[in-house]
Design a binder for this molecule. Structure first.
Ligand code: GLN
Length: 183
């Protein structure tokens, strides 16, 4: 298995390290020719969604990535990566997200929660994180809530979380993504 990791900006190295711990090969996508490599899935890392969207457009990566996701390429978006998948961005997931949803004081925090399909007691690191304000179709389902807000969802080949599993040593979210590709 080979996973493409979008490496334009943000916390992409930590995702590569998580995959490595699971014995899964990855490669970085920095320009259009990288995208042509064979891949079984894609990780969209956290960072700054505005910057990532601008770079995706400028590099001509936005449409090819969007089309491959729509054609069923498994994708895992974390934090800004979740924003990328939402309506008004790549728009491949039927979710509307609120950016920087926790205000200034609660911009960053850690908690532990249950994620359906994945397990209990999953450590969740939120950094100026979004949450899902609305799920717009029944193709998409909520996997986790924190304080009544949806922080993880699955829509077929697309998995999105508002937090940063790559910044913890708990690899169960990555395992879940990899297992869903093998299934
Ligand atoms: N606040 C960032 C955004 O709006 C997301 C933060 C993150 O990915 N940790 O894109």
């Amino acid at each position: 298995m080979r996973i493409a990791v979008l490496a334009l900006q943000g916390a992409f190295i930590e995702h590569e390290q998580a995959l490595q711990r699971l014995g899964v090969e990855s490669f970085e996508v920095r320009q259009k020719k990288d995208w042509l490599q064979r891949k079984d899935g894609l990780i969209l890392p956290g960072g700054e969604s505005t910057v990532q969207m601008r770079l995706l457009r400028e590099l001509g990566l936005l449409e090819p990535i969007r089309q491959d996701i729509l054609n069923g390429l498994p994708v895992f978006g974390t934090c800004a990566g979740m924003i990328l998948l939402s309506q008004g961005h790549l728009g491949t997931m039927d979710i509307r997200v609120r950016r920087n949803a926790y205000g200034r004081q609660l911009g960053s925090f850690n908690t532990i929660g249950k994620v359906a399909e994945v397990g209990d007691d999953i450590p969740m690191t939120f950094i100026r994180a979004p949450y899902i304000e609305e799920i717009l179709s029944d193709k998409c389902r909520s996997l986790a809530e924190v304080d009544g807000n949806i922080v993880a969802a699955r829509q077929g080949n697309q998995l999105a979380v508002a937090f940063h599993p790559e910044l913890t040593s708990d690899d169960r979210m990555h395992r879940c993504f990899v297992d869903s590709i093998l299934a």
